[in-house]
Design a protein around this ligand. Structure first.
Ligand SMILES: O=C[C@H](O)[C@H](O)[C@H](O)COP(=O)(O)O
Length: 255
């Protein structure tokens, strides 16, 4: 009897998890499709972000390429994005050939009420920021779990900071002594040692313990020798599309 109850509880918990994953994926897909339909136009140069949500945007661009003969070129923000562009049959370019983009679309780990983003949960923050800065419009796509009033409300993994490997200890100490919290070296899964970014660097995940003035914190951290980039995206976003649990999309436009 006890064994039966335990098995039932385990089964219920697995099905709940599967339902949540399906709902979150549905929300990501909705947001991605709405953003592509509104912002990607024929003949454009498009920056392609990284992560799990962007897959749905690329899927929609590929669909429109077939259905409407949409003709766009894509610039990736990571190895993952590059592979995604190629495997979807889209045209791959780089910032060398295409330094000015019409639009860049990307996911986010969290978005606050002032459109400050945390990015880099997948370690791609530096190339993502370079591509976003090269775009005339930067559009964010996310599911309902990313919509926060303040950073840290829902995303608990901290702010990623990409650092040159030999500088990681001094930078960690400076971040912790200047701003509090803990800056932890991101460790790899299925590989011994730290995560190594597409640029050959390490990531410190700074778990902050209070809300800061993010533009100031970003500037100060960025000035520390050995810091390549922070995952704080301040004053970069033009619009955010959130896919909601009820199947609708909430769009927030920056005025
Ligand atoms: O480094 C990763 C990127 O910043 C992603 O855009 C971010 O982590 C959001 O990823 P996802 O779409 O998987 O939630």
């Amino acid at each position: 009897m006890l064994l039966k109850l335990i098995k039932q509880a385990a089964f219920n918990s697995i099905s709940r998890h599967k339902t949540t994953v399906a709902m979150v994926d549905a929300a990501k897909r909705l947001a991605a499709r709405a953003a592509v339909d509104e912002y990607v136009k024929n003949g454009q140069k498009v920056g392609i972000g990284s992560g799990s949500t962007i897959k749905f945007a690329v899927e929609r661009i590929a669909e429109r390429t077939k259905d409407e003969s949409l003709n766009v070129v894509c610039v990736p923000t990571s190895f993952q994005a590059r592979e995604l562009i190629l495997s979807s049959g889209l045209v791959l370019e780089s910032l060398d050939t295409t330094p000015v983009l019409d639009v860049a679309i990307d996911g986010a780990d969290e978005v606050d009420k002032d459109f400050v983003l945390i990015k880099g949960g997948g370690g791609c923050l530096t190339q993502e920021k370079i591509v976003a800065a090269a775009a005339k419009k930067f559009i964010v796509i996310a599911d309902y779990r990313k919509d926060s009033t303040l950073l840290g409300e829902q995303y608990k993994k901290g702010i990623p900071v990409e650092v040159i490997p030999m500088a990681r200890v001094p930078i960690k100490r400076k971040i912790e002594s200047n701003f509090g919290g803990k800056a932890e070296l991101r460790m790899a899964i299925n590989k011994a040692g730290p995560v190594v970014t597409d640029n050959g660097n390490f990531i410190l995940d700074w778990k902050f313990d209070k809300v800061h003035k993010w533009s100031e914190v970003h500037k100060e951290i960025k000035l520390m020798p050995g810091v390549v980039e922070t995952g704080l995206f301040v004053d970069m976003t033009n619009a955010v599309f959130f896919g909601l649990e009820d199947g609708s999309v909430k769009t927030k436009l920056v005025k």
